[in-house]
Design a protein around this ligand. Structure first.
Ligand SMILES: Cc1cc2nc3c(=O)[nH]c(=O)nc-3n(C[C@H](O)[C@H](O)[C@H](O)COP(=O)(O)OP(=O)(O)OC[C@H]3O[C@@H](n4cnc5c(N)ncnc54)[C@H](O)[C@@H]3O)c2cc1C
Length: 495
């Protein structure tokens, strides 16, 4: 009978990193992949952001040398109106903070999964884990309500003290073990079209950037690699879903600005794919006796922009460490493995999900609803006229008159902006660090007649008394940097 300390199902980023960590901790580890090679079955490629330099610096350094890598120094945002005309193009920029935050500032990378996944799986093998490819795991072995191992498609039983399920959004392991059934509307389908392109022309035209396209459509992104790029446009799988996945991507293909970009870099369509991606307000339960879920299987992708690979590695690491801890105590029961949930919630991964409901509501009312987006894009375009350069290059009148005309126009639209702000942006305010709220208040204090002369602490106490919603920020006991936990904030609002 085959018996391991840890069996990992799936050799995507989450599974490989869990296997690597478990092997490094001295656990006898095997990991299974249904594809012939890790990365064969996954979406074509991905962008990896700045926090990789903080959390996985050696990996990030080593990835730079792989063939498909393109550096990412900025995001180019394209706003397209209802008639498909490109009306506004701008880029995220780098401040001094960005330059000094990590040794590599705001730099990230884009990389094809055919490079990334085998690289990560190799790290696990080098650490001592055994990789078995072309092996579909089809069931769990349950004894007395606890997972004791897995069964392959050929019926072979493989026993383990702990199973780590890293088998992606469709997770067979989550369903067979009874942790979870369907996602219940929280999963997106992302159709994606990959293009080949001339790498030198991409350097000239695209540069080191990701692109996004916002219009009267599902928000679409363009991830740029060394010698190609893909575009994708997703949507939650809802009951009222009536769009063909390919039609969502086709809308981007119709933009003249997109077509011009394709001509300039000799782009040719290469591969069409459609994948599921969990995009949830809150991850559901992530463990049971003998088993933990990581990465997409657990519903961990970021609720703001669905980045999921950092989340897969981070949860894979925490799961493997929890497995080592539980095995060393001789207790892998459901109760013992609840430690996993405690640990991920206390980590940066848990912090990421603190604002899940607000982020998902925001997208529900914008990029995931093409009808609403037709209106929101117009508001965004109006707002973009406040950009200093837009006003400087309006030569329709004397410059100060132009400015006033734009201001007047925006003031006319203010009720619509206010409505959107009140509903979707104001709830995010509780994420502002208390120390920043105090700094804002103290910077306006000198300008308030009478109150301006009060000592700072008296002034802050008075403001806290006058405004119930500011009270939790101004409580001296509140941690200075962490956003306020939802419960504290809601308790204080209810009084
Ligand atoms: C279109 C698209 C674009 C994305 N872009 C980005 C991005 O730019 N940046 C980013 O950070 N994230 C991105 N994501 C999210 C990211 O791809 C996922 O969050 C990440 O891949 C999750 O890793 P994972 O290891 O949990 O699961 P997966 O990557 O899905 O890996 C699961 C692995 O398990 C294997 N497997 C599944 N079932 C079985 C089984 N029963 N037996 C054996 N093997 C099995 C699969 O073949 C696969 O290799 C994107 C997702 C999609 C769909």
């Amino acid at each position: 009978m085959e018996k391991w300390d840890v069996v990992v199902v799936g050799a995507g980023p989450g599974g490989s990193y869990a296997a690597k960590t478990a092997a490094e901790l001295g656990l006898k580890t095997v990991f299974f992949e249904r594809g012939r090679r890790p990365g064969d079955k996954n979406s074509s490629g991905c962008g990896l952001g700045q926090r990789w330099w903080r959390d996985f610096p050696e990996i990030m350094e080593a990835l730079q040398g792989l063939p498909s890598v393109r550096k990412v120094e900025m995001v180019v945002i394209n706003l397209v109106d209802e008639n498909n005309r490109l009306r506004y193009r701008c880029g995220t920029t780098g401040s001094d903070l960005c330059a000094n935050r990590w040794p590599h500032g705001m730099d990230g990378i884009s990389i094809y999964r055919r490079d990334l996944d085998p690289f990560l799986a190799d790290l696990a093998v080098k650490a001592g884990a055994e990789l078995r490819t072309s092996t579909l795991v089809s069931d769990v072995i349950m004894e007395n309500g606890q997972v004791k191992g897995v069964r392959t498609e050929k019926g072979e039983p493989v026993y383990a003290q702990v199973v780590i399920a890293a088998d992606g959004a469709m997770s067979t392991m989550a369903r067979k073990s009874g942790i979870r059934n369907r996602w219940g509307g929280g999963c997106t389908l992302v159709p994606q079209l990959d293009f080949s392109a001339d790498p030198d022309k991409m350097d000239d035209v695209i540069g080191n950037a990701e692109w996004v396209w916002f219009g009267a459509l599902y928000g679409a992104y363009q991830v740029n690699f060394r010698d190609g790029f893909h575009i994708g446009a997703g949507q939650w799988l809802r009951e009222d879903w009536d769009e063909k996945p390919t039609d969502m991507v086709k809308k981007v293909l119709q933009f003249p600005a997109f077509q011009a970009m394709c001509r300039a870099i000799d782009a040719k369509p290469r591969e069409y794919q459609a994948h599921l991606l969990p995009w949830l307000k809150k991850p559901p339960k992530t463990y049971t006796g003998g088993m933990m879920l990581v990465g997409d299987a657990a519903g961990f992708p970021c609720p703001l922009e669905a980045e999921g690979i950092w989340h897969a590695l981070t949860s894979g690491k925490i799961a493997a460490e929890t497995a080592a801890w539980a095995i060393s105590r001789g207790d892998t029961s459901e109760r013992a493995l609840s430690e996993y949930e405690r640990r991920w919630k206390a980590s940066p991964l848990g912090k990421e999900h603190e604002f899940g409901p607000e982020f998902v509501d925001l997208w529900n009312s914008t990029i995931f609803d093409p009808k609403l987006m037709a209106r929101q894009i117009q508001l965004l375009l109006e707002f973009s006229m406040l950009h200093p350069f837009s006003v400087v290059f309006d030569w329709g009148d004397a410059h100060m008159d132009c400015f006033n005309q734009h201001l007047e126009h925006l003031l006319d639209l203010a009720p619509q902006f206010a409505d959107f702000g009140r509903t979707y942006l104001a709830p995010l305010a509780r994420g502002i660090w208390p120390k920043n709220v105090k700094r804002i208040l103290l910077s306006v204090k000198p300008r308030i007649p009478v109150l301006g002369k009060l000592p700072d602490n008296t002034f802050l106490r008075l403001v806290a008394k006058l405004s119930k919603s500011l009270a939790p920020y101004l409580d001296p006991a509140v941690n200075q940097e962490a956003p306020l936990p939802r419960e504290v904030f809601e308790r204080s609002r209810k009084g």
